[in-house]
Design a protein around this ligand. Structure first.
Ligand SMILES: C[S@@+](CC[C@H](N)C(=O)[O-])C[C@H]1O[C@@H](n2cnc3c(N)ncnc32)[C@H](O)[C@@H]1O
Length: 240
């Protein structure tokens, strides 16, 4: 695979959701992104803008080796490559095809060196004490088995290393929460459950900073949240 280290155990990872490979052309990707943005209401766009401005402050403090979980099409990874701050970024995703696409695009646009590793966040293919920082945009909102993932992230962080991720929550009474339970992602979608999980796997100084919120509009391109539910845009910080 183009510039991607593939460290997947197929028996464990093959059931994970995969990108439709026919999307990986410039024209199709542009159409898909435009369509996705059309479904976002203005209040969500504003709330997400505030969320990103807040996250940029955290990114400027990153140092050492920085891993991005569930890189996908690379909205977060692009921010890591754009910053002048000196650190070494590593893109990761369970789907080697999306990682190949995103890595190629990023290499065309940015000079900063990086590597890409296809690995399942539930069986993360890195040694203990590897990362200074781990980050993600909506990674835990897309990966089942939240507690297993968090335990893996804890394992691979260095002592004193930090998890700093953009993450969204819904209300415990919401339709979105019920749906998340069906996907085995319920603890990731409610603030108090995620904080409990982070503490349970050993993280210290766990904080949720919620700079904005917005009601979610109908969006057939996203399984969650459910239209009409209030979504809270958070930055989660936790230290090993
Ligand atoms: C929509 S993306 C999240 C947005 C992305 N972080 C960004 O910055 O643009 C969700 C990604 O999660 C990945 N994913 C799903 N299950 C996973 C797993 N078990 N381990 C790692 N990545 C996974 C999917 O392949 C997909 O690329």
């Amino acid at each position: 695979m183009n510039d991607v280290y593939v460290l997947l155990n197929h028996k464990l990872a093959d059931k994970e959701w995969k990108w439709d490979q026919s999307l990986f052309s410039d024209d199709k990707m542009e159409v898909m992104m435009k369509e996705y943005r059309r479904y976002l209401n203005d209040e969500t766009k504003t709330a997400q803008g505030i969320w990103w401005s807040e996250m940029n402050k955290y990114i400027n403090s990153f140092r050492g080796i920085v891993g991005d979980i569930a890189t996908g099409l690379g909205s977060m990874f692009e921010k890591l490559l754009k910053t002048e701050t000196d650190f070494f970024p590593i893109a990761t995703d369970v789907d080697p095809n999306v990682l190949g696409w995103t890595s190629t695009k990023m290499k065309e646009k940015y000079q900063k060196e990086f590597i890409s590793v296809a690995t399942d966040a539930r069986h993360f293919a890195f040694k203990e004490n590897t990362f200074d920082y781990l980050t993600s945009l909506a990674g835990l909102n897309n990966i089942p088995d939240t507690t297993t993932v968090l335990a893996e992230l804890y394992r691979v962080l260095k002592k004193g290393g930090k998890l700093v991720m953009m993450h969204s929550f819904v209300e415990e009474q919401s339709k979105s929460f019920k749906l998340a339970q069906e996907f085995n992602m319920s603890t990731a979608f409610v603030e108090r459950f995620l904080i409990e999980d982070l503490n349970q796997v050993g993280f210290k100084k766990v904080k949720a900073n919620i700079p904005s919120s917005a009601f979610w509009a109908e969006n057939p391109m996203d399984g969650l949240p459910v239209a009409g539910d209030l979504q809270y845009f958070a930055i989660i910080e936790a230290e090993k």
